[in-house]
Ligand binder design. Structure first.
Ligand SMILES: Cc1cc2nc3c(=O)[nH]c(=O)nc-3n(C[C@H](O)[C@H](O)[C@H](O)COP(=O)(O)OP(=O)(O)OC[C@H]3O[C@@H](n4cnc5c(N)ncnc54)[C@H](O)[C@@H]3O)c2cc1C
Length: 408
């Protein structure tokens, strides 16, 4: 019989959200076990951009700054964007956002997912109370009133007061808890790739809407963007099968000439898009954060930002419970986290779903109304300023980690 190792909490999943949670709890000197199936690649420099990137809000930047992981990201590479151009290719509707209009230096950053994860794992090396198990996968979970017992695939036994599922959309922890995940497929895939183009992107995120889905160009180097092209699964399959020249031609046709000629394309991949929301975020001695709890359409780049909101809120809840002398696995404690996050997440998921439906509807009346709506909104400064505050993640209730660090 294996001897058990004891922790305050076990986190399953060391992606962007789980690794951030481990940093937050390690900073507060809780004893943490972080279980990750794949060993993260920490090597640097890398010449080619990864085709998976995230638009990171100001609120999430504050989270990384407070966790002391932001300098590692900047040392690798991050790309600030100051503007957004959004237009509807089925009419003349157009809207433009500029950070200068709200006296901000930028509207956010585009960062490769692997850069975010690597910077967080580098930070974890400096936190002695966090023990990383990678590669490792959980095999068996038992939860009693007193504790959590988790057996890993290699037979090691871990015990803790709480288990946190940060293991993504197909969460094993969520399945063990028996929580139902409700939602639907968008019948769309997102094709992603790094694209080189003739003209400068001007630190701008470009997004064009069409009936088959949005196409976004997210700025990296001056003449390089990461694209997210949401389209039907059949079209996505065709796009992946095209040779480089034919793909660039199709992209040019769909996007237009705002960035000049499309010149190069890196490795392409496609991801099926779903809306999913678990019925519960918490159970006895168990909590879900990030995509383990919810997945949304990437059209406004909010998924990981919501996940970081979850993790900051849970970190605050657990710290407050510790100070009060409560057990961090108690339902009463965990429900505070669920109450704090669910409303925000439902609001954002509803908004993204509404946008997706509005822009993929080809009825002439609706098409006319949304094109008019975009152009009219473009002329109303207060509404645009509100949108920009929302995009920065500064409009909603924020936990301590999502506030500016005291030295800023
Ligand atoms: C095309 C596309 C573009 C997107 N763009 C944006 C954007 O611009 N901005 C934004 O905010 N969001 C964006 N998102 C959403 C974002 O990628 C997700 O919300 C984010 O990856 C969720 O992070 P996570 O850590 O919760 O889960 P994941 O990234 O899925 O990480 C889960 C981790 O858990 C590990 N794991 C899983 N199961 C186990 C197990 N059983 N044992 C051990 N380890 C396990 C995995 O290896 C992984 O490391 C986009 C999504 C897509 C598909």
């Amino acid at each position: 019989m294996n001897r058990a190792e004891h922790f305050d909490l076990i986190i399953v999943g060391g992606g962007m959200v789980g690794a951030a949670m481990a940093c937050a709890m390690g900073d507060r000197e809780l004893k943490v076990a972080l279980i990750e199936g794949r060993v993260p690649d920490l090597s640097w420099p890398k010449a080619a951009y990864e085709n998976r990137v995230s638009a990171i809000t100001r609120a999430s930047q504050y989270v990384f700054e407070n966790l002391n992981a932001w300098p590692q990201m900047v040392n690798r590479r991050v790309s600030a964007y100051r503007k957004m151009e959004v237009w509807d290719s089925t009419g003349g509707g157009h809207i433009h956002f500029d950070s200068a209009d709200i006296a901000e230096p930028d509207l956010g950053h585009i960062i490769e997912n692997s850069v975010i994860q690597a910077a967080l794992w580098e930070r974890l090396k400096q936190l002695p109370s966090v023990h990383c198990f990678a590669p490792a996968t959980p095999k068996q979970l038992q939860i009693t009133q007193q504790q959590v017992s988790l057996t890993l695939d290699d037979g090691r036994l871990l015990e803790a007061d709480l288990i946190v599922g940060a293991d993504g959309g197909r969460s094993w922890v969520r399945q063990q808890a028996g929580f139902e995940s409700k939602g639907w497929s968008y019948q769309q895939d997102a094709v992603v790739a790094t694209v080189g183009h003739e003209l400068s992107h001007q630190a701008c995120c470009w997004q064009r809407f069409a009936a088959d889905g949005p196409l976004a160009f997210l700025p990296l180097d001056e003449k390089t963007c990461s694209i997210v092209w949401s389209t039907s699964p059949e079209h996505a399959e065709q796009l992946l099968a095209l040779n480089e020249v034919a793909f660039l031609k199709a992209l040019q046709l769909s996007f237009g000439d705002s960035l000049g000629k499309m010149c190069t394309v890196g490795e392409r991949a496609a991801f099926p898009l779903r809306l999913a929301h678990t019925t519960r975020y918490t159970g006895l001695r168990l909590a879900l954060i990030g995509d383990a709890a919810h997945s949304i359409h990437p059209l406004a780049g909010q998924g990981v930002n919501l996940g970081l909101g979850d993790m900051s809120s849970l970190a605050d809840t657990l710290s407050a419970a510790k100070i009060r002398g409560e057990n961090i696995g108690d339902m009463a404690v965990l429900r505070r986290y669920e109450r704090a996050r669910k409303a925000d997440n439902v609001l954002m998921m509803g908004a993204m779903d509404g946008f997706k439906r509005l822009f993929s509807n080809d009825q002439p009346v609706l098409r006319f109304a949304r094109n008019l709506g975009l152009s009219v909104t473009d002329r109303i400064s207060p509404i645009k300023q509100l949108f920009m505050q929302q995009a920065l993640g500064l409009a909603s209730n924020r936990s301590s980690l999502a506030k500016p660090p005291s030295n800023v």
